[in-house]
Ligand binder design. Sequence first.
Ligand code: ATP
Length: 513
Amino acid sequence: MTQEELFKKLIAHCKEYGFIFPSSEIYDGLSAVYDYGQLGVELKNNIKTYWWDSMTKLHDNIVGIDAAIFMHPKVWEASGHVGAFNDPLIDNKDSKKRYRADVLIEDWIAKQDEKIEKECTKAAKRFGESFNKEMFLQTNGRVLEIAAKRDEVNKRMADALNANDLVELRQIIIDCEIVCPISGSRNWTEVRQFNLMFSTQMGSVAEGANTVYLRPETAQGIFVNFLNVQKTGRMKIPFGIAQIGKAFRNEIVARQFIFRMREFEQMEMQFFVRPGEEMMWWNKWKETRMSWHRALGFGDDNYRFHDHEKLAHYANAATDVEYNFPFGFKEVEGIHSRTDYDLGRHQQYSGKKIQYFDPETGESYVPYVVETSIGVDRMTLQVLSAAYKEEQLENGETRTVLSFPAPLAPVKVAVLPLVKKDGLQEIAMDLVHKLKFSHNVQYDEKDSIGKRYRRQDAIGTPFCVTVDHQTKEDGTVTIRERDTMKQWRVSISELEAIVAEKVSMRQLFEKLV
Ligand code: ATP
């Protein structure tokens, strides 16, 4: 099965089992907008808890807020979003499809990396045991040629984006002979800038009403509350403010399911530091955030950093944490050193002093900011793609399983009476009522036990508990573990503690401190 087929199956699986539905589906959906179903919302909430608690509970100098989506329109002038929150777009005249010019070029660059990988695979076959990849990459003429071209294009793109040179961006597309994936033609329009903010009117009548924006990032709610939180919380620098909330972007090309949406959720943390110490903190947060991802156990090699060549107007350093999605390595999180740009601009635009008096140095200054910014939906997609597996069993059957880390699983335990008689259902229901105070529990009595196990595997439930006739005799049940499919008997009195230990977020948090 190709990665593309796997991804299609995952999307179908998400719908079939109640994780994610297209928005307003009975009206044929709304492009790049999705709804979370009964299991999707549980998974997403668990991811949010993992993030929120790791920020606010594990760090005594990070607190949270929940700011409104609507903000004073001046906020977005000060932040630079009105003037500069643009994507360069280009249309193909034959297919009438619209693309982001930079994404077309980035895809071309990724293809060069794939070509290099292919050369390596070929050479590895040819040379066998004696193959030295590093040496090959440094010396093979064909590889060096591809790499040089790739680096040149990468630099040209970064320069063009930095200089806002739209003609040059188009020229790169022409020079690289990039074709439209739909029409296959190179019949491109000019490149134009497109502002990504959604706007609406505030007030009952449009006339005289103010244009307000749906926030394109949650960060500004934190910046404008910097002094409120610092003063009322008596916070001392360095300290952080965390927030989870919706953000909206009128993305030109919405693709890859919930990877790029027009309405999505962000988990952002702004960490306020002394000027001059931002690089040290940026490096520290890179490490901290990478550990947070890796603690989930999806394989360290599936993550990498991608440092930005083109920096946003507010940043002096930026990197992405990329995950190896079925469609390649892509950004899940950004870690940005935002300097004093945002607080400085709000100070200027509001006319209010936004400074911190540092009791240790006796100086007042506008703090510098290091931010970590991750999309909840993108993280959900990351977890789903890492967890989705189709396994061939010894008896020749296949099972589809979502191997979620137990603390993130939407349902923690399923209670199943072996048969619908002899009082087994009542014992099972009693167990459900005991467990439900601590865990998300499902009761299922329909179909054979094998089928019920498969249903729970398909939604990623880490434990199934079966009540059988022996339960009536000795008060024990069978517990089955999802990934290994191992089964063993435990007494009902121990059950709650056994499940609690395995599904607790604590085991993830302990890896972080
Ligand atoms: P991209 O380059 O993919 O457009 P970005 O660099 O503009 O992303 P940031 O502004 O750094 O993204 O936003 C921080 C995080 O918010 C991203 O790492 C991503 O996880 C998430 N995010 C951004 N845009 C979207 C979107 N349209 N849909 C879902 N998540 C998004």
